[in-house]
Structures are given as structure tokens and as C-alpha cells.
Design a protein around this ligand. Sequence first.
Ligand code: GLN
Length: 547
Amino acid sequence: MARYVFITGGVVSSLGKGLASAALGALLQARGFSVRLRKLDPYLNVDPGTMSPFEHGEVFVTDDGAETDLDLGHYERFTGVSARKTDSISSGRIYTNVLEKERRGEYLGKTIQVIPHVTNEIKDWISIGDDEVDFMLCEIGGTVGDIEGLPFFEAIRQFAQDRPRGECIFMHLTLLPYLAASGELKTKPTQHSVKELRSIGLQPDVLVCRSEQPIPEKERGKIALFCNVRPESVIPAYDLKSIYEAPLAYHRAGLDQAVLDAFGISPAPKPELSRWEDVMDRLNNAEGEVRVAIVGKYVQLEDAYKSIAEALTHGGMANRVRVKAEWIDAEIFEKEDPAPHLENYHAILVPGGFGERGTEGKIRAAQFAREKGVPYLGICLGMQMAVIEAARNLAGVEDAGSEEFDHEAGRKRFTPVVYHLKEWVQGNHRVERKLDDDKGGTMRLGAYSASLKEGSKVASVYGSCDIEERHRHRYEVDNKYREPLEKCGLTFSGMSPDGRLPEIVEHEGHPWFIGVQFHPELKSKPFAPHPLFAGFIKAALDQSRLV
Ligand code: GLN
């Protein structure tokens, strides 16, 4: 059975709980333990799949096809452990399960209540797969005191009681605000937050205190005293230049030691931190800079493309170069010539997206990249746009478009070079979907294999012809355009194993123009940059040496 660390937050949200959890996961691994990280989200959406990226940031997709919170992306990037459906739990999912069980009569006529039925359901989820790892790290979304969060806090309290003593600990993140006028760090909000936790029966074992200013020993002692935590378990967490500093910074601050102490694991195995030292070495000792334009729609909110931003950084690390990624609103190119906007970049990336807005601009960006020989990486919608561009401007299908946009507009305007997929094969079974199914989970989601064409650019990028990547889309490039497009130089260099679904396209004779139907950014790690991002940044570097 695993040992459990429950991670909660207080004072304010956005303190970096996800990052702290992920860094702790990495540090426990560095000590030789196996870990799994889990996110418990109190909101009522069944999963984040239906949430706007503006509101909730990116939707992170797992191999097994779950649409999850972007924190799971951090977990994977820091630990390399592939997240599963069961690692992301929301109140919506819990209540759905409870209500379904009630309808099936599984509660045998009982009155269904938050305690014990909802809390039991939460506890059941928490313990899934706990015989597989040494440590299970469960982060509770939101902050202590949120009404929606209460069943989760109650469930973890009960959970710790149900287990043998010493198998569960609680780690709480808070903020120490700095009052410039008096030059003081204030501990009162932290005291209140811990008081709130204790009032619902949870005593933190480790306190992580975010602060912009150094925390004096005296204040650390005061926090320890008032919050009933050992002084060495009050861990300062200062702002970092890069999130990848977090494992080493938390290690220096004593986080992993405090956690192992709280479990009474002594002597603690020595940490092996060379992976993170190498990551930092690559970040700190990068030479030069390449500029990448990301032409997209959700440009105001960086979290909407979190994994892409991170994967670009990893691509830079693979080439020991800094990557400066700038977001450009695709709609600009619907009114203006892209050339003056894009000329200053060494590479262009068109990311995934939904809906028609901005797509004509993305098509023009793809055209610019193709015509000018600028490295291009098209991801999902970005691949579809590159195919539509080639169909219109090279293959003579002037009104080429995607069925997605006609469906949205409610009238037919385009020849559907990209069409709605209604059935496909996953592994050994057939999947069927209709456009008007429920919004959740109607997409081709999760890991699918693809076969790459020998001798293609993408096969050399991967160094293999068999790959597996994660998908999240409803529409698909229509394979019947393969022949006319290939005649014009757009090779279909990756296909689903049954040869029906185009997975990758690339322009012959172009220095580096690749469109992929999947999301490679989801699998990139700082210590194992994704080959497509490493290759893309290498191409940008070559481009920067040309100009
Ligand atoms: N909107 C497109 C589709 O559903 C692309 C989705 C995406 O980029 N993730 O196929």
C-alpha cells in the first residue's frame, strides 16, 4: 500500500500547488521511490474538457483519453509518469457516479448523503492503484474554506483515519504577504488558513510558505509555533526564474527531507539529482536565442497553450539555445499581410484550436511559411490549416475548408478537405461518434499509434517509423485528397496503422514543414524533449544562421 501526501492550499489560489506537488514527486523519485500524482478538483464540471481555455487554461489529455486539468501536465513533465483517467477527479465526476449508483439502486434504499456516500466515493477514487507505488501525492484544487471543497477535505480526513497511523501526511501551501510600508512579512493569513484546516480536523505536517522576500528564522519559528508544525517543516518557497528550478530549490529548502521525516522514514535514502542538475545546466548555459511565432487564437492567456510553451523550452534545451516564443493573434492576418509580422521569426507554430475564428489567418501563416521556407510546425488544427492551404493554393480546391466551420455556421460553404470523423479504430475495437452527442468525450481522444513513411523527414526526426501520440479532435483530413496533394508536394508521411487516417503531412523540398494531427507537446519533458520540438527548434536555429 502506498503512503499518501495530501496537498492543500490556503490564503489565495494560484500559489503553485501543482508545481510544488510535481516537484515533490520528482524529489521522491530522486530518492528512489515510485510515485503517482493525483488532482482532486472541487468544481462541478465532470471534467475540464468542456471548459474554455480562457477560463481554465489548457486541457491536458492522458494516454487513456481523459481530458484533465493542466496540473497533470506538470506532474508528467516533472516525474515522467504517464497520468491516467483515474488521476483527475472532480466533484462533478464524483456526484455523477453517486447519482448513477443511486439510480441503479446500489445504495439499497438508503438516504444518500455527502457523508458517507460522497466521501466514500472520493475515498474509493483516491485509493485506486495504491498497490502500485510507494507514494501517492493527492493535490486538492482550490483553497481551504471553499464550500465546494469541503467533501474532499472531509474525505481525506477520514481516509487518513482509516489507514494505519503514519501512512498519510498533510502538506499545506500558503502565502506570506509582504507589506512594503512597514517592511514586514505577515504570518497572520497563514495562521488563519491553518486554523481553518484544523477546524475541519486536518493538521498539516509540512507547511510550504510562498514569499517574495526572504523569510527570517524568527518568522519561521513563529509560524511553526502558531501552526503547530515543526520549524524544519516550515519550507520557504521563493519565486523562481524557471519552473524547472523547483525540484532543486525545494530540495535545498528541505521539502523532501521534511516529508520523509513526517513519515518517519529514517535514514532517508540519498537523493540522486543529476537529472535536474542537467536540466538546469541546459537552461542556464544556453547560447543565443531563436524566435518562434505562435499564431493562435487564445493569445491573451499563456496557460491556454501551457504544454506548447513548455515543449518549446524543452526543444531549446535539447539544442542548448534559448527560445523566445511570441503569441500572435491569427485574426490580424485576415486584414493584414502576414509578411511584416512574421519576418522577424525563425520559425512558425500554429497550435490546436476549435472554431472558425482566426482560421483564415492561420491558413495565411501556413502559406507564408511554405512559400518563404520558414520552419513550420502545425499541431492538430495547425495541421488541418496547412492541408487546407495546400489544397487551395497548390491542388486547386479553391473552396477547401473544414466541415467544422460549416457545422458551426449552419450552412455549407466549403469543400470538406477536413471532415467530421464518425467512426474509427482504437487498438482492436471500433469507436463511433455523432456530432450531436454530448459535448464531453465526443472526440478522438488519447493515445493512438501511427506508421511513418520510411525516408520521410518526420521518420528521421523520430528516429523510428512506429510512434504513439495523444489526440484530441473531432475532425480529420480526408484521405481522398492524399493523391492530389502528394502530387503537389505535400507528403502524407504518417498514417494510422490501418492506412485510413492521415496523421502527419510534410512539404517535400521545404527545410522543415511538418503538420501533425496529434499533440506532441503533451509528451515532452525537460529531461526528454519531444523529438518534434527538438527538431523544430534545430530547424529554427539553422534558419537563424541563414538570416
Ligand atoms: N477543431 C479541430 C478538430 O476538432 C482541431 C482540434 C485541435 O486542434 N485540438 O478536429
